[in-house]
Design a protein around this ligand. Structure first.
Ligand code: ARG
Length: 579
């Protein structure tokens, strides 16, 4: 519906300013709703018109706004055109705003509402590879991996909603010297039983123990080196142990990802690309990009003056590869295998420099597609602890969120009778984690606080879930009433109008997040929607209203419900029906 109004304003501008309609679309924005009742719905920015060269930049902007506003004619659709500071405001005729077709557009569009907007006309569909989560076998799954998991999932959901063909990839840290240590350690302190019982914990324990003991003991170090060399040379016994570690770890992770509602199309890993590493090194060498240092390492000189003031090491002196070498090989092989149009890596911001180098080297190797690779960095989380203490495994965070939420729900008076309270508590708890994480700019660090995360009031995931479940219960109660004839002109109260005004902005929010991949705009939009819904549920009761009025209000709430649910799903939240 927003498109329809925006287009109408654009066509008026097109006539006056003699440029095609399309050129004005991006200068017209829905005005965010605020506490203060507002009368206008859309705003045209004169400075945008100047930037785009549609009006002169030399004249007084205010006079230009007034002059232009005078030339734009009001009609049955635009009932008011007023001038603000450097802007022209448009008010949509209220009876047009609440027309049936607008509601139909929301409810028929379902999860496509907002995504079919003309704002997305230039959107590149194509294939998107999103690499995210990427934990390390036998090491801690830290808060950063949780962030990568939910942010990557959000990006994949968003791209999918936009019509891209998405590949979700997990790139496990499953290779390197640490597997020498782990293997040697397992031969000493490992137990097959414990490995079966609690694989992640046991591997972690072995890793910690061998790390500790290796400190003073050269023989453990030697054993680790031997084990890793045997692994790299493809010897069957160490390889099969390593394979076993990897398999049980992946199985364990998959269980947790299932709980989170996250899935992967592919579990790749650093171990996959050993052959291609040699290829990459060969390519670097033939292109004259490889330099040897006195220390015996091989590096790529990335400094503009080629004076080695900025370089990247790609081969150790003992001939083994590094993290970056494996990343180069992985990128090349992914392009060959998946022919992606864009690739997105999601990791904490400490790896920003690493990815800058990866992309630079790929470009230097002549891979033009490196332009379409992007790193999405995020900040650190401080203080994520559970009852057991510092977080070691993701499963502990999820368990803690579920049990805390379950307790809150038991204590709350509004909690409904639930068939599977654990499952509901889990979904609400996860929503809470996601919203807390997505509230600010992704690059910012934040302090984790269980109490704040799980509050039912305030801008939390619990509040979103609560609003969603209230709307569901309303629809359950009045389900069959929503079918009959309906007179939407009855929706004249401001609490209803303001919801529609807010929905006008949904496509702009989706467009914004599709550009910078920052979920906070969507979180914010859904929070406001939920507050507006809460106010409307109070002011515009369905129960006890005359049938026609009840109908119209149900329509309104059903539209709000559709948008809330689809927005939550893009964020990676599974909306609950009851709580
Ligand atoms: N396993 C790495 C870590 O835990 C993250 C991998 C990120 N992806 C990549 N292609 N380097 O730090």
């Amino acid at each position: 519906m927003a498109c329809f109004f925006r287009r109408n304003i654009a066509s008026k501008l097109a006539k006056v300013l003699r440029h095609p309609e399309e050129s004005f679309i991006s200068s017209i924005c829905a005005i965010p709703v605020s506490k203060k009742q507002r009368s206008s719905d859309f705003r045209l920015s004169l400075s945008r018109l100047r930037e785009n060269g549609f009006i002169s930049s030399a004249e007084d902007i205010q006079r230009q706004a007034e002059g232009l506003a005078r030339k734009l004619k009001r009609d049955t659709l635009l009932e008011e055109i007023t001038v603000g500071r450097g802007v022209i405001n448009f008010k949509i005729n209220r009876s047009v705003l609440i027309q049936v077709r607008n509601f139909k557009e929301v409810s028929n569009g379902r999860h496509r509402f907002g995504l079919k907007s003309e704002l997305f006309r230039g959107h590149q569909k194509g294939r998107t590879l999103v690499e995210f989560s990427s934990p390390n076998i036998a090491k801690k799954f830290h808060a950063g991996h949780l962030r990568s998991t939910i942010i990557g999932n959000f990006i994949a959901n968003l791209k999918e909603a936009l019509g891209n063909d998405v590949i979700r990839m997990n790139y496990l840290g499953d290779w390197g010297f640490q597997f020498g240590l782990l293997g040697a350690g397992f031969q000493r302190f490992g137990s097959q039983e414990k490995l079966k019982e609690n694989p992640l914990q046991h591997l972690f324990d072995v890793y910690v123990q061998v790390h500790r003991e290796a400190e003073g003991e050269e023989c453990i170090h030697q054993a680790a080196r031997d084990f890793f060399r045997a692994l790299e040379q493809g010897e069957e016994e160490p390889l099969s142990l390593w394979r076993h570690f990897r398999e049980i770890t992946v199985a364990e992770y998959q269980r947790v990802y299932n709980r989170l509602g996250v899935r992967f199309d592919e579990y790749s890993g650093e171990s996959f690309h050993q052959d291609q590493v040699l290829d990459v090194l060969e390519q670097l060498r033939t292109r004259g990009l490889l330099k040897s240092t006195e220390k015996g390492t091989s590096v790529v000189d990335l400094s503009p003056a080629q004076d080695m003031s900025y370089y990247s090491t790609v081969l150790r002196s003992d001939g083994t590869s590094l993290y970056i070498t494996r990343d180069l090989a992985a990128a090349v092989s992914r392009k060959e295998q998946h022919a992606f149009d864009e690739m997105i890596y999601v990791t904490d911001k400490s790896q920003a420099g690493h990815f800058r180098q990866v992309f630079e080297i790929l470009r230097a190797m002549g891979y033009r597609w490196a332009q379409s690779c992007r790193h999405v960095p995020f900040g650190l989380v401080q203080g994520m602890k559970t009852r057991k203490g510092e977080v070691v495994f993701l499963v502990d965070v999820l368990d803690e969120a579920r049990s805390k939420m379950l307790r809150n729900m038991r204590e709350s008076t509004t909690t409904k009778h639930l068939e599977d309270p654990e499952d509901t508590a889990e979904k609400v708890g996860i929503a809470a984690l996601i919203v807390q994480d997505f509230k600010g700019p992704l690059e910012s660090d934040y302090k984790f606080d269980w109490d704040r995360v799980l509050q039912s009031q305030g801008d939390t995931g619990v509040f979103l879930q609560y609003t969603h479940s209230r709307l569901c219960s309303l629809m359950r109660m009045h389900g069959n009433e929503g079918e009959g004839p309906c007179d939407l002109t009855l929706l004249q109260e401001s609490q209803g109008i303001v919801i529609l005004q807010h929905l006008l902005r949904y496509d702009e929010v989706l467009w914004q997040i599709s550009q910078d991949l920052q979920p906070r705009y969507l979180v914010n939009f859904l929070m406001i929607l939920s507050h507006l819904v809460a106010a409307a549920l109070k002011a515009l009761p369905v129960k006890g209203s005359p049938p026609m009025m009840a109908q119209a209000r149900l329509q309104l709430f059903s539209s709000a419900h559709t948008v809330l649910a689809s927005g939550m799903r893009i964020l990676g939240i599974t909306p609950v029906q009851k709580m």
